[in-house]
Design a protein around this ligand. Structure first.
Ligand SMILES: [Zn+2]
Length: 237
């Protein structure tokens, strides 16, 4: 197959995929009357979604999560999904977004990578969450004691050589560490973690064509937060 043919084929396949996916999503909304009661018929606006996350995190931090029956919504969830928020989280095993925000299956569209940074595949997933699934909030979630950020600081300061594919991960976090270093903070790990969250919030806001367009249409809010491993609380940054 020639290069042009391949390009055309790929574009056609992508269009039909998106068309099909959007059709499924639309069918899902139309059928929402049959879904569990917590499932919205319409997407939740970004600010309202952020409030829902904040309230859920307060319950989690206070060790007072809602009681819920996970089996109750299973049949509805098998037909469709209505995540009200998307999370770009670190892969750290101690950060569990559904628990930290006291949410259940189907509530959150979660993309995870060590260091919670945006890459091509993560961006594609978040575009899908926003455009097809209707999520109007993306929360970039860093955390205290992040090994990926600590490793990047070590590489920047000590020129440490890391094995395997780790250097590419370091390369993604390095700009935030360099930015944080300019202020000579007392706690560089904390400052770099916040800088990394903010850096990726800005990247997502500018990400063309899908996310930037939805920002312009007021159909998307991008926010950042840092999860404290010790308290379980998320602070917006
Ligand atoms: Zn981490």
């Amino acid at each position: 197959m020639c290069e042009n043919c391949l390009t055309t084929f790929t574009a056609r396949s992508r269009r039909s995929f998106l068309k099909g996916a959007a059709g499924l999503a639309f069918a899902g909304y139309a059928g929402s009357a049959f879904a569990q009661s917590t499932t919205p018929a319409q997407p939740v606006a970004g600010e309202a979604a952020l409030k829902r996350l904040t309230e859920g995190n307060a319950r989690y931090a206070a060790n007072q999560p809602r009681e819920r029956d996970f089996s109750a919504g299973r049949a509805a969830r098998a037909q469709s999904q209505y995540p009200f928020a998307s999370i770009l989280s670190c892969a750290d095993s101690r950060v569990a977004p559904e628990l930290a925000f006291d949410q259940g299956p189907g509530d959150l569209f979660v993309v995870r990578v060590a260091g919670n940074f945006v890459n091509e595949d993560g961006l594609a997933s978040l575009e899908y969450g926003a455009q097809v699934l209707g999520s109007q909030l993306i929360l970039v979630l860093g955390h205290t004691g992040c090994g990926a950020v600590a490793a990047t600081i070590d590489v920047v300061k000590n020129n440490t050589k890391l094995p395997g594919h780790l250097p590419s991960l370091i390369g993604a976090i390095r700009p935030a560490v360099l930015e944080a270093q300019k202020e000579s903070p007392a706690d560089l790990l904390k400052a770099a973690t916040i800088a990394n969250v903010r850096f990726n919030v800005e990247s997502l806001k500018r990400a063309k064509p899908v996310l930037a367009q939805r920002m312009a249409e007021k159909k998307l809010v991008v926010a950042g937060g840092v999860y404290d491993l010790a308290t379980g609380k998320v602070e917006l940054v």
